[in-house]
Design a protein around this ligand. Structure first.
Ligand code: URA
Length: 272
C-alpha cells in the first residue's frame, strides 16, 4: 500500500503527509469554508457542474470532494455516504482543514400528509435516532440548525420560487427498519410502528439519515449547519417519486451565496 509510507501521525488521529485527512483525503487549502454535504458521491458533480468553475480535490471511499467558485464565492461539496458514521468522519476531516459552515443536501420522505414529492424540507432541528451523535454528547443535548443557515435556506427557496416546509426532521440509523419499513422477509418489531406514530404525533415532518449527526457535530465544534431535502416520498400516502434533487442543490447553493453576503454585511457593520 503506497499510503503506508506517508503516515505522519499516530493511531489517535491518523493523517497522511501534508495534513491529508484520513477519510476524505483532502488537506488544508483544498476546501472552501462553506461545504455542501450530499450523501451520494454522484451528487457532487451534479453540484459542481452548476458552479462557474471547479476541480476535484479528494476521492476516497464514499467521499468525493469538489471545490470551486460560483458568483464570486468559494464553495465545496463533499459526499458523506449514507448514515451518521461516515458523515462524522467526513466532518471531522473537513473541520480540521477549515470548514466553517455545512449544508446537508439530501433526499427524504415526508411523514405528514401535506408534504408532497417534489417539495423541499428545511430542517429546524432533528430527532437523534442517528446512532452516531450519542457517541459525541448526551441524547439530552438538542440537534438544532444554525438560525442563519435556516434563514438563508428559506430566503433561497423564496427567491427561487420553490415550495418548501420548515420543520423537525427524524434522523434514523437505518433506511428500512429505522424508518418503519419491513426488513428482509417482512422482519418487524412492534416499536417500528409506534415510533413512527409518535414522531408523527410530535409534528416531525420527515425521515432521513444524516441531519442529526451534522447538526450535533457542528454545534459541538462551534461551526454552523443546516439541512435541506428533496422530498422523494410520502410515508402517509405511500407515494414515491424520485426527483427534485436539482431544486435542493440550487437552493443550497443560493443559500451559500446569501450566507456569504450576510457575512460581508456583518463584517462591514462590526457585528458577530
Ligand atoms: N432517504 C431516507 O432516509 N428515507 C427515505 O424514505 C427517502 C430518502
Amino acid at each position: 500500500m503506497g499510503d503506508k509510507k506517508n503516515w505522519v501521525s499516530a493511531a489517535d488521529r491518523p493523517e497522511l503527509e501534508g495534513n491529508l485527512q484520513y477519510h476524505i483525503r483532502c488537506k488544508p487549502g483544498d476546501i472552501a469554508d462553506i461545504v455542501l454535504l450530499p450523501g451520494d458521491p454522484e451528487r457532487v458533480p451534479k453540484m459542481s457542474e452548476t458552479w462557474d468553475e471547479f476541480k476535484e480535490v479528494g476521492r476516497n471511499r464514499e467521499h468525493v470532494t469538489h471545490t470551486g467558485k460560483i458568483r464570486g464565492i468559494d464553495i465545496s461539496a463533499c459526499s458523506t455516504g449514507a448514515g451518521g458514521g461516515s458523515t462524522a468522519s467526513a466532518m471531522e476531516g473537513l473541520a480540521t482543514i477549515g470548514a466553517k459552515t455545512f449544508i446537508r443536501v439530501g433526499t427524504t420522505s415526508g411523514i405528514q400528509p401535506h408534504i408532497k414529492p417534489g417539495d423541499l424540507i428545511i430542517s429546524s432541528g432533528a430527532v437523534r435516532y442517528d446512532g452516531t451523535s450519542e457517541n459525541y454528547v448526551s441524547l439530552n443535548y438538542p440537534a438544532v440548525a444554525d438560525y442563519e443557515v435556516v434563514a438563508s435556506l428559506v430566503e433561497a427557496c423564496e427567491r427561487l420560487g420553490y415550495t418548501y416546509h420548515v420543520g423537525i426532521t427524524a434522523t434514523a440509523a437505518s433506511f428500512f427498519c429505522g424508518q418503519n419499513r419491513d426488513g428482509f422477509g417482512g422482519y418487524r418489531q412492534s416499536w417500528f410502528q409506534s415510533r413512527y406514530e409518535d414522531l408523527r404525533a410530535a409534528n416531525v415532518v420527515n425521515y432521513e439519515m444524516e441531519a442529526a449527526t451534522v447538526l450535533i457535530l457542528s454545534s459541538l465544534f462551534k461551526l454552523k449547519a443546516g439541512a435541506i431535502f428533496a422530498v422523494i416520498g410520502n410515508r402517509v400516502t405511500n407515494e414515491f417519486a424520485y426527483g427534485g434533487i436539482e431544486k435542493s442543490i440550487a437552493a443550497a447553493t443560493e443559500a451559500a451565496i446569501i450566507l456569504k453576503g450576510w457575512e460581508k454585511l456583518k463584517k462591514e457593520n462590526n457585528k458577530q
